[in-house]
Ligand binder design. Sequence first.
Ligand code: KIV
Ligand code: ZN
Length: 514
Amino acid sequence: MKESRNVRIFDTTLRDGEQAPGCSMNLQEKLEVAQALELLRVDVIEAGFAIASEGDFESVNEVAKLIKDAKVASLARATKGDIDRAWEAVKPAGNPMIHTFIATSPIHMQYKLKMKPEEVLERTYEMVRYAASLCPDVEFSAEDASRSDPEFLCRVFAKAIEGGAGTINIPDTVGYSTPFEMAEIVRYVRENTPGAENVIISVHCHNDLGMAVANSLASVKAGATQIECTMNGLGERAGNAALEEIVMSLKTRAGFFGADTGIDTRQIYRTSRLVSAVTGTKVQINKAVVGQNAFAHEAGIHQHGVMANPLTYEIMTPDEIGIPAKQMVLGKHSGRHAFDARLRQLGFVGDKDESDTLFIKFKELADRKKIVHDKDLEALIGIHRIEEDIPVIFKLDRFVVNTGNTITATASVRLERQGSLYEQVAAGEGPVYAMFTAVNKIAGVKPVLDDYSIQAVTEGQDAQGEVRVRIRAGSDIYKGRAISTDILQSSVQAYLNAVNQLVDDIENSKVNRG
Ligand code: KIV
Ligand code: ZN
């Protein structure tokens, strides 16, 4: 039998993934994700870009203190300041790593760096050498490598290896390459870079043309020994290569690729759910491996085949990626033990206080809904995390709405603040708008409603409605999210969550009255 070689998985969910608009995570969430990635057994966790801000530094540093087995990397431009900050942040890790980079394509060198190719070569050598003098493990990336001159690329990589890099990374930064070209670049770099045989050859593909995973896999076939990727394919623009797709492709087609990873695939589903919950980014329904429909067989002929033998239509099993067994449904008689077990299967790794709070919310929901689905629980977890970070200045006490097709909608809303009750009545174009106007009157604000959306969490008449609102006061944006089986309740609560943040900023003089 052909020997299988190991491909290293470098996860950049906390760096390239978190950079995507709307995907930011707070420190606690980053630590939870880092812990889940360690359980998933990724080889490298890129925890952030330490020099980017105090917050980024702190999160890289805290991840470094927490993680024992995986390497913990911080990104750094090829400057001493960046490298010093990266080292300071990752130093406490069991296996620290500095990931430094400089652009090598003509367009980036001329317009972004304003540097001559010879200067880039020199800077690469100097900065990798400097990083290696601090940290035993250094990765060097040639940004925009896929649009660089291959011969120049090899000269840059040779300099990086000479300076002490243990990994050279070939990014397709703008997602421009194709599988054929990526394979060719990897082959060319392997064969034409002095010292390449002694280092890890990595690729880092973006998904602008939808080829990030295919490009990564073609690179493996051509000899790459590390893939950089993110959970759920999160990342700037169209995202990065999706970890779960790469890992399951290598596993399912082991005979073809002759390569495998050290990933515990049974942790994939819960990690995917966790990343989705903390970033508020829904996983597309038909997404490969972790999408809701990935294992749903609708067509009768398929169902028949799968029942007779799952392998007729299933190339991998839900069990392999840790999808919890479908039989377990929660309802009002479910106990704490079953609830906690389900939370863990869904990727929740919070503490006891958090699961106590969630259990109370679950019981309230189970009183209103016969069956509590996984999607209800996921929404509950997601909203709970958001609410934890929101100042509760005004609390919803009660609301009454009067509406119909022949009358102007009116709403009366009563809010509580520090033991006092405040009530206002307002009319509006519809019941939702009337409620929002009443909240504005109580809070003394007048923000612009930028966006309002509502989506059913599950199917069925007792489905919960998840409402998201975005309000604007000057140039400041505030978001609110809430769920309830009553969509008017979720609407007013989501709006109140956003308004509470605005009021908090006003009272702390961070913003003018909207
Ligand atoms: O896409 C890219 O080029 C990067 C590098 C910094 C590795 O993220
Ligand atoms: Zn990138």
